[in-house]
Design a protein around this ligand. Structure first.
Ligand SMILES: *Cc1c(COP(=O)(O)O)cnc(C)c1O
Length: 478
């Protein structure tokens, strides 16, 4: 048949819309979307037919079956309505993986977010008095209790906190920073740049590997507003090194009547070091040593939503709160709800270890991780009897990530997949692209390593299903 006849034989829109098979295939979509998608498919078929002179009649007939058209329309609509931001299974072994969204939230935090966001809430409303309240009060009491600070304030992230503290308390003056602490955190955040943008002149002291108290003493002058101590989050200087003790710096600064601000980066509220993980000092320890103001992230070692938390002396926090740009940096109700719940769990160490995913992952015993690896490996062996891969459990090393505790290795176990019909890289790509949900692992020695420290207990079943589906699908056929 000729092109014109074939085009005329295409089912008409009103026929497609009335077809029972088509209706069933597209019943989850609105009439408007159904019509839009069917029009797209018909237009594509017309274009394709015009571009192909010799098309067998059976082939054209099969392609233009109403059900076939409906299935194409359905795929189109699914792609159109699919979310861009998706949950993934983190099998990289990097706990605070910044590219994968850092800290997963606890159940309690999720419930608080849902409860607060589903309706109205008392974000800036004092329920006792029936009048306007402040959003800053919701987590302040808990932060004071957990850190021993006089006052607390939450902003959008720690980068915003650093800018705000510098701009509000040292603008127009100098800030003294050790050369060993001029940190860059992930590309765009560099301490010297932030200083400049906040209107503060950077005064470097000491050397890269050693800074003495006498260096600070010499650098402090009439224009100096504060000493800034920056946590060297993502690197360590080892060997012939030294920074003066915190208490010494505080004493010197206070003698000269200037402030001490510490950007702690991760800011542990949970005492990880006491549980044998790393050597991170707690926020409380800094305040106890006399530091005037401290800032840290909400979604690093704290294990909650993205936020920048600032704690310290009342009078200083009050100045930050009144800053003209505070409104641009403030957090929303979802963040406050999540943070409130996480801070409540942090009040009890045992609750924290069970309930806050980041705390659990960082402190979980090696045996528990190994048991999870065994469970995934045997689940996979059952799900795909004729395994297209060799699957072994091997010791692995997980890391903290997020620019925290760079030298701390967490003993872990990985499920290692060695595919027989494709390369490990191809399997890793397929797990990421086709996994439902996407699975992100790492490739080592031509094997895909799925590190089990960062796979949550409730994700085990899903992980087995996702890997089995990918291996049983396209990958298996090579
Ligand atoms: C991570 C980090 C920051 C930035 O914190 P965000 O919450 O990611 O904005 C700033 N300073 C230090 C020392 C850090 O480790």
């Amino acid at each position: 048949m000729g092109i014109q006849e074939d085009l005329r034989a295409l089912p008409a829109m009103h026929r497609l819309l009335a077809d029972a098979d088509v209706q069933r295939a597209l019943d989850e979509f609105s009439p408007r979307l159904r019509r839009w998608a069917l029009e797209q498919v018909l237009a594509e078929l017309r274009t394709w037919r015009r571009a192909h002179v010799d098309v067998r009649p059976e082939s054209w007939q099969a392609q233009t079956e109403p059900l076939r058209i409906a299935e194409c329309a359905k795929r189109l609509l699914q792609a159109r309505t699919a979310p861009s931001l998706r949950r993934v299974i983190n099998a990289t072994g990097v706990v605070l993986h910044t590219n994968l969204g850092r800290a997963p939230l606890s159940n309690r935090a999720l419930q608080r977010v849902q409860a607060v966001a589903a309706g109205y809430c008392n974000l800036e409303y004092d329920l006792a008095r029936g009048e306007r309240g402040s959003r800053h009060t919701h987590v302040e009491a808990r932060l004071r209790e957990l850190t021993g600070a006089e006052a607390a304030l939450v902003v959008n992230n720690n980068a915003a906190a650093v800018w705000l503290v510098l701009n509000a308390l040292a603008k127009g003056g100098e800030a003294v920073v050790s050369r060993g602490q001029l940190v860059e955190i992930g590309g765009s955040f560099r301490i010297p740049d932030i200083m400049r943008e906040s209107g503060v002149t950077l005064r470097e002291v000491g050397t890269t590997n050693k800074t003495r108290l006498s260096d600070y003493a010499q650098a402090i002058g009439p224009e100096t507003r504060m000493v800034v101590l920056v946590h060297p989050s993502n690197y360590r200087i080892v060997g012939f090194t030294g920074e003066p003790p915190l208490a010494g710096v505080v004493e010197l600064a206070h003698e000269r009547q200037i402030l001490v601000y510490q950007d702690l980066g991760s800011g542990a509220l949970f005492d990880y070091a006491a549980h044998g993980v790393g050597d991170e000092p707690t926020v409380r320890a800094s305040l106890d040593a006399g530091v005037d103001i401290v800032s840290f992230s909400g979604d690093k070692l704290l294990g909650s939503a993205q936020a920048g938390i600032i704690v310290g002396r009342c009078e200083l926090i009050e100045r930050l709160r009144k800053h003209p740009l505070m409104r641009a940096l403030r957090v929303d109700k979802l963040t406050l709800a999540a943070l409130d719940a996480t801070l409540a769990d942090l009040a009890d160490e045992e609750h924290a270890r069970v309930r806050i995913p980041v705390v659990r992952m960082l402190t979980e015993s090696e045996e528990t991780v190994r048991a999870r690896a065994d469970e995934v490996a045997s689940g996979l062996a059952q799900a795909i009897p004729d395994l297209a891969v060799q699957c072994d459990v091997r010791p692995s090393q997980a890391t903290v990530g997020g620019g925290a505790l760079p030298l701390t290795m967490l003993p872990s176990h990985a499920v290692c997949l060695r595919p027989s019909r494709c390369s490990a890289q191809q399997l890793a790509d397929a797990l990421r692209r086709e996994g439902e949900p996407p699975v992100v692992g790492r490739v080592e020695n031509d094997e895909v390593w799925l590190d089990m420290r960062t796979v949550q207990p409730w994700e085990v079943h899903e992980l087995i299903q996702a890997v089995a589906a990918v291996l049983g699908g396209g990958m298996d056929k090579g």
